[in-house]
Design a protein around this ligand. Structure first.
Ligand code: SF4
Length: 237
């Protein structure tokens, strides 16, 4: 039998958006350039601290009350591991020989025991319109897939999971009259009606691609590959 293959949720997302990039990353350790999102990390961290306060006292966060969500932040001895980028929550399939995992931002628990998966995002836009963003941009659909992969992981680990998941969006206000060294945010809690039915098939497809000798073609509209192609063309001429 082939060796067990370790996959993260971002590897499967890469497989979905560009299988070639997935192969370059996992097999050849070549990644497209990216910048560290330090402001986003700061927002994630502040948010985590705030939810941890309400987790300790097992009270709903004021945001839950505002949005009519009957839940409290979930307490569990493995929470820190599930939130750690180096570990996350994992599931290992003996049948298909993969070990799949991802790190969640937060989990809330409803009165009936169902877990609600949360992901925190930060942005700064003049007009925040999630429906339009979801309709127009692939990255927004990837955010939903991200939550669905986490939901699937929790189900595989034996938890009862709510159908809905949430994106907690912080939109930085960039048109304030005075800065005062303070960044203020609008908060949007976006409810997504999720489905996990597709998840395992795509994990298996990703594992199969990485086990094969297949080297897929680049995606036609990728800005990185198009940039490289244009550079090569210029050098050849
Ligand atoms: S097309 Fe884009 S995403 Fe695909 S391999 Fe090239 S750089 Fe990566």
């Amino acid at each position: 039998m082939s060796e067990i293959i370790k996959l993260s949720r971002s590897t499967v997302e890469k497989y979905l958006s560009c299988p070639r990039c997935c192969v370059l990353d996992k097999k050849y350790k070549i990644k497209p350039p990216s910048l560290p999102f330090t402001l986003n990390i700061a927002v994630d961290n502040l948010c985590k601290n705030e939810f941890d306060y309400y987790r300790k006292i097992q009270e709903p966060h004021p945001l839950f009350i505002e949005y009519g969500i009957d839940a409290v932040p979930f307490q569990h001895e493995d929470l820190e591991r599930w939130r750690s980028n180096f570990q996350g929550i994992r599931y290992r399939s003996i049948e298909y020989n993969y070990d799949f995992g991802g790190a969640v931002d937060d989990i809330w628990q409803k009165k009936n025991g169902d877990l609600i998966i949360i992901d925190v995002k930060a942005t700064s836009r003049n007009n925040f319109d999630w429906s339009e963003t979801f309709h127009k941009y692939e990255y927004a659909k990837a955010y939903k897939r991200q939550l669905e992969m986490y939901q699937w992981l929790f189900k595989q680990n034996g938890f009862q999971v709510a159908k809905e998941a949430y994106l907690l969006y912080f939109n930085g206000k960039k048109n304030e009259e005075l800065f005062n060294y303070q960044l203020n945010f609008d908060v949007h809690l976006i409810k997504l009606d999720c489905s996990t039915s597709w998840v395992e098939k795509k994990i298996i497809d990703t594992a199969n691609l990485l086990r094969s000798d297949n080297f897929p073609k680049p995606s036609l509209n990728c800005e990185y590959c198009n940039y490289l192609k244009k550079r090569w063309q210029l050098s050849i001429n």
